[in-house]
Design a protein around this ligand. Structure first.
Ligand code: SF4
Ligand code: SF4
Length: 484
């Protein structure tokens, strides 16, 4: 949205507003910034944009040029009005507005309970234990207890205000090292949410090593979504995902994952791959995890690491990762044109954001609709900041959410305060990127993640072209991205 200035006197030129142009399936589209809308140009729209790209013109001159190209005055007027209303062009100058700061009472939607800070693996890139760790667990309990978990759930219900549904995510360390607490927390949350008239959903992230039939049946009975961390085939997975004695985890987890996939059919089960310098074979990993292990969905994210770490992904490897993403994204397109679901979640997540016309004020829900809770009950920005002095926002048994700290964070991390992003066309979906990633790279959560801008823009442009092609050739496929 923007404010259109009204210079009503004299000759006022039409100007192009901010957009990223792209072509797909022989059509031309504009990704409108900052609104995040996608606009398909018809033939007269294309002419108007091309003319104004070369030079600004007033209405009279534009009509004259377009009349000579065979367009009638009435269709020109209609098109100008539509382009102006859609914020493709402006009549005179305009002042772009950044997304608005949410209200201070923005209701909480999700808590992430770090039910233990212990782990039976020693993955080389882990942000909780590696050289880049920001948490300090000295003096903190190793395992969350029932009082803390129940207080956290009470806080979620209270802070969710009028929201009809809330979500509890279980996280670690290795989450299943505190399965008894997970079990009792699910039961407590169901009971308390029912009393409050709210729906509650659950999910957990696990390394898969401790899965048993009994645990899987509990997860299935309670429709708990599961994300399993695994980095591909034995060779790739065991480069980083190892036990403390150095043994690889692949042979332990794969039979358990197959049991999970066979027994748990009530909610989604996805694989989460962490890419690092020696593990960046996107297509090979995807094919192994879907075809050999049996996952329906696989998501990738690069390891968060300061640039001098051996496992950090340099620009060259990021280029290879983008190529791998590109291959899978085109596969996704091919599946979409046949109305088939493809499991590459990086593509489906970005297409969903583009479809919803998302224009983010913040890169993610951290500190906004989402908060992390550590074993001591300390509340943090998200699960990655648990037990860190950075991003601490109160304690569940000692006053609950520190609203002053929360509001202070939101005011200083809004896209409006990330000045480096103000002229970037990818900001509606990126909004500066992960606070934790920024902190590891620059020491400041409020900095934009400028080390991956080229990558983000390359990926966003690719997803826009895929979105455009699906919109032209099989638009009904996009209905699945409508919010229920
Ligand atoms: S971090 Fe980079 S890609 Fe993301 S919005 Fe800012 S400038 Fe754009
Ligand atoms: S700050 Fe980073 S890790 Fe935390 S929720 Fe946001 S994107 Fe995820």
């Amino acid at each position: 949205m923007s404010t259109v200035a009204e210079p009503l006197t004299g000759v006022v030129p039409y100007k192009l507003r901010e957009f990223h142009p792209f072509e797909s399936a022989g059509e031309r589209f504009l990704y409108l910034v900052p609104s995040g809308a996608i606009f398909a140009l018809d033939s007269i729209g294309r002419q108007i944009v091309d003319i104004l790209t070369t030079e600004s013109h007033d209405r009279e001159k534009l009509v004259e040029i377009l009349n000579k190209q065979g367009f009638s005055t009435s269709e020109i007027e209609l098109s100008l009005a539509e382009l102006e209303q859609s914020e493709v062009i402006s009549y005179g100058d305009y002042i772009p507005e950044q997304p608005r700061l949410p209200d201070a009472s923005f209701p909480l939607q999700r808590i992430v309970l770090n039910v233990t800070n212990q782990c039976n693996l020693a993955c080389g890139y882990c942000y909780e234990y590696s050289d880049d760790k920001i948490s300090n667990t000295t003096g903190k309990p190793k395992y969350m207890n029932h009082t803390i978990a129940e207080s956290a759930i009470d806080m979620l219900i209270k802070e969710s205000a009028t929201r009809p549904a809330v979500h509890v995510t279980f996280f670690g360390g290795e989450t299943l090292m505190n399965f008894p607490l997970l079990k009792s927390s699910v039961e407590y949350a169901k009971e308390k949410c029912a009393e409050a008239g709210k729906k509650v959903e659950f999910s957990l992230t696990t390394n898969g090593t401790l899965l048993t039939e009994k645990i899987i049946d509990f997860l299935s009975d309670h429709q708990i979504g599961v994300t399993v961390s695994i980095d591909g085939d034995r060779e790739l997975n065991d480069r980083m995902r190892i036990f403390h004695d150095g043994r690889g985890s692949y042979d332990v987890i794969v039979p358990k994952i197959k049991m999970l996939l066979a027994r748990h059919r009530t909610n989604s089960i996805g694989a989460r791959v962490t890419l690092s310098s020696g593990v960046s074979h996107v297509r090979r990993i995807y094919e192994h995890l879907t075809q050999e292990v049996g996952f329906d969905s696989v998501g990738f994210s690069p390891a968060t690491a300061s640039p001098d770490r051996l496992y950090s992904i340099g620009p060259q490897t990021m280029g290879n990762v983008l190529e791998g993403f590109e291959e899978l994204a085109w596969q996704y397109r091919d599946f979409a044109l046949q109305n088939k679901q493809h499991g590459f979640t990086n593509a489906s997540d970005t297409l969903k954001e583009l479809h919803s016309g998302m224009s983010k004020a913040y890169p993610c829900g951290a500190g906004l609709g989402l908060l992390g809770v550590g074993t001591s009950g300390d509340i943090s920005l998200c699960h990655r900041f648990v037990d860190s002095p950075v991003g601490k926002m109160g304690n569940v048994t000692d006053g609950g959410v520190d609203q002053v700290a929360r509001q202070g964070f939101l005011e200083t991390h809004h896209i409006g305060a990330r000045y480096d992003c103000h002229t970037c066309w990818a900001r509606p979906t990126c909004a500066g990127g992960c606070y934790h990633e920024a902190f590891i790279h620059t020491g400041h959560t409020s900095d934009a993640n400028l080390h991956y801008c080229d990558w983000i823009r390359g990926w966003s442009d690719l997803c826009l072209r895929i979105y455009g092609e699906i919109a032209v050739k099989n638009p009904s496929f996009l209905d699945r991205f409508n919010d229920n």
